[in-house]
Write a protein that binds this ligand. Structure first.
Ligand SMILES: NC(=O)NCCC(=O)O
Ligand SMILES: [Zn+2]
Ligand SMILES: [Zn+2]
Length: 512
């Protein structure tokens, strides 16, 4: 397997073999004989692409000699994955994630993901400075990307800048961290202000739901007990704290009547709050991440610090049982789409917390592994259909963030972000052959059925025959408009609420 790629102009240390290339960019491409799968439908059809756009999806398309033809007989032709949750090149916990907008994209493309949405972190509270910094970081992009933005403090400038981000910069979602006390964490007052502002702009409010004050207390408790290793991470922030914050955020969003997106749902406790809210008719979206779906916390008790620390993320990976319940929730529509929270720190960076788990930079990998692991865990096990696979890995993300059907579909007019998955082939994940810069991989050794054999990024064949051909600077920013479908009808709910309020009681002025 090739593990190196064309990186002209960018410093990058990589593996041994070379597969440098400009990313074959035939202006015309025909994918023949496959089963084309969209979230709503699947059919035997050919897909014809010109200049990065899908032109036709129909049986038996004939073309001239100038067209590159890929045979997909017996395979699935699907929209490339869209990862709604990543942290490339992010400064965090006295460190910086080691996958940037080049290596992270290379890894993503090798695993069948053709777009992601990353979280811009404001600089000293300034959204504009944060946006500009991420614009610079993303110059080396080799696949398409969009941005969410974190809100870490509140004042009139932030409120004004949110409007600029939505109306001028193509950002339609803002994340509020209810954890990471003393760093990114916000209080309920800010949460309410932020939710109201999101609503007024048609932007989606997102939350990292853990009770940060209680986590702080739990961490102190572990240190006092002499538990300083990675297992202290899990013990200090139990699922009840995720459930509490999820419930609180849901209730506050309900009070404001704005949709809510809960990122990285890791526990039954949080999932059940989402289920309850959805059942009552509230617009709440739940995003499980691959680590929560396929791993359990036992790794945090591994005797080797390097191994154990590589599994430290927040909220923590939970005990066995949570994984299966989250899978069931995804299969039944309680949770809607799968992310990764790809946030890669290598073992040297993780060693910052060798004596104190509170200093281990939080985050695990997944951008390269998500498509394979979701296929194997959910489709191969019979829990979801192939069309649902497309929905949870691509289409639903495109719909929620208002870029459908440009993304998330194999339809005439859509961007030609396409994967060909062979259900009869198999994959094996290995730290040695992955494309991330990480020296660890929380999925190392995992094997399964289904293999992404070809990835096409806007008409360019970037992954084929286990070879990656990517070029920095070819990825494009995808602006996202506000008021996606999750806002439909909310004005009617507001009107119902207002008309339900009784007219103010008129009282005579008392004389005494
Ligand atoms: N999840 C995690 O551990 N690191 C990334 C930051 C976040 O999403 O909370
Ligand atoms: Zn988070
Ligand atoms: Zn995250």
């Amino acid at each position: 397997q090739s593990n190196q790629y064309c990186d002209a102009g960018f410093e990058y240390e990589s593996g041994s073999t070379t597969a440098c290339g400009s990313g074959t960019a035939p202006s015309k491409l025909l994918i023949k004989g496959g089963t084309v799968v969209n979230a709503h439908h699947q059919q035997l059809a050919d897909v014809y692409v010109e200049d990065g756009i899908i032109v036709a999806v129909e049986p038996s398309i004939t073309v001239g000699d100038d067209v590159k033809v890929i045979d997909a007989t017996g395979k699935y032709v699907m929209p490339g994955g869209i990862d709604p949750h990543t942290h490339l090149d992010m400064s965090f916990m006295s460190s910086g994630t080691i996958d940037d907008f080049f290596s992270g994209h290379a890894a993503a493309l090798a695993g069948g993901t053709t777009m992601h949405i990353d979280f811009v972190i404001p600089v000293d509270g300034s959204l504009t400075a944060g946006y500009e910094a991420y614009e610079r970081k993303a110059k080396k992009a080799c696949m398409d990307y969009g941005f969410h933005m974190a809100i870490t403090k509140w004042n009139d400038d932030v409120s004004r800048e949110m409007e600029i981000m939505v109306k001028e910069k193509g950002i339609n979602s803002f994340k509020f961290f209810m954890a990471y006390k003393g760093a990114l964490m916000v209080n309920d007052e800010l949460l309410l202000e932020g939710f109201k502002r999101c609503k007024s702009l048609g932007a989606l409010a997102m939350v990292h739901a853990e009770n940060g004050d209680a986590v702080d207390e739990g961490q102190k408790r572990m240190i006092e007990l002499g538990i300083t290793g990675p297992e202290g991470h899990a013990l200090s922030r139990p699922a009840v704290l995720e459930g509490e914050a999820t419930a609180r955020a849901i209730r506050l969003a309900n009070f404001v009547n704005t949709p809510l997106y809960v990122v990285h749902v890791m526990s039954i406790d949080a999932m059940e709050e989402i289920a309850k809210a959805r059942k009552s008719g509230q617009r709440v979206i739940g995003e499980p991440v691959v680590s929560g779906l396929v791993l359990d916390e036992s790794w945090l008790w591994h005797p080797d610090f390097k191994t154990a620390a590589s599994y430290v993320m927040s909220p923590p990976i939970r005990s066995k049982g949570h994984d299966k319940e989250l899978q069931a929730a995804l299969a039944t529509g309680v949770l809607q789409l799968v992310g990764t929270d790809h946030c890669a720190f290598n073992s040297t960076q993780k060693a910052l917390g060798i004596d104190d788990f509170r200093k281990i930079p939080n985050g695990v990998n997944g951008i390269e592994e998500r498509m394979h692991l979701v296929w194997d865990t959910m489709v191969e096990s019979g829990q979801i259909s192939v069309t649902d696979y497309v929905r949870v890995t691509s289409t639903e993300c495109a719909r929620i963030f208002n870029i459908y059907p440009r993304k998330g579909a194999i339809l005439p007019g859509s961007d030609a972000d396409i994967i060909i998955l062979n259900p009869n082939s198999s994959f094996e994940i290995s730290t040695k052959s992955h494309h991330s810069r990480l020296d660890t991989n929380v999925y190392d050794g995992k094997k399964g059925k289904g293999k992404v054999e070809v990835t096409i990024s806007r008409g360019r064949v970037v992954w084929e025959n286990n070879e990656l051909k990517v070029t920095p600077g070819t990825g494009r920013y995808i602006p996202m408009q506000p008021y996606s479908y999750v806002f439909d009808g909310l004005d009617k709910k507001d009107a119902t609420y207002l008309s339900s309020l009784k007219a103010p009681v008129k009282r005579a002025k008392s004389s005494s």
